[in-house]
Design a protein around this ligand. Sequence first.
Ligand code: 1GP
Length: 241
Amino acid sequence: MTYYQHILKSAREKHKLFAVLIDPEKCDSQKLQQYVVAINAYHPDFVFVGGSQMRHSAADVVATLRNKTNVPIVLFPGNASQFADNADAILLLSLISGRNAEFLIGQHVQAAKALKASSMEILPTGYILIDGGCECATAKVSHTEPLSATNPDLIVSTALAGVQLGLQLIYLEAGSGAECPVSKDVIAAVRNEIAVPLIVGGGIKSHSEMRAAYEAGADIVVVGNALEDNPEKLAEFLFYD
Ligand code: 1GP
């Protein structure tokens, strides 16, 4: 079964998935070891590796995770220079909330041949940046404006257009470290109109915020910042009821 088939099957069966986001830029070898211990103890469904401001490739982090864990590793690259060919899959993000051609198609052209030569599964993803209450790195780096959280109509139309273009996943992103995660209303409005799996991330700091996202219709929740100081906090997301 491919990773996409697994995601589709889980979504159909309402088995919610959880991804830990590791930003190589913020993660030295000691911190990575702490992540390894927590991942092996609590078994998240995926580890996403990437970040919008990474100056280096993610290959070293991916290699360490591959040696020390069995978790599926998905690249979450901010641009073509972050490409690494040793992950299991890649979220090939097109920033469809913005109008910067570089992040809609430009970086993808740069990475296309290397991606074809790799054996990674490609997950074409419509990436929608939504105002999370503070200026986020993705907006800065991509020189795009997030969509207003108070205009669910535009967010829904953007997600619909992404699906109509053939994108297989929609990622609602409030921005790493967002003050306000994507609201239940926005998630539910998008969920109501699209059938492809829905990823939600940005500013999710607690089990209750995670659960709210799932209840509104998220299939995969992504948490990064909330685990950075203490990866053991993964237990609070995955083993709490
Ligand atoms: C960011 O959606 C992810 O791209 C995760 O955000 O770091 O705020 O959890 P946080």
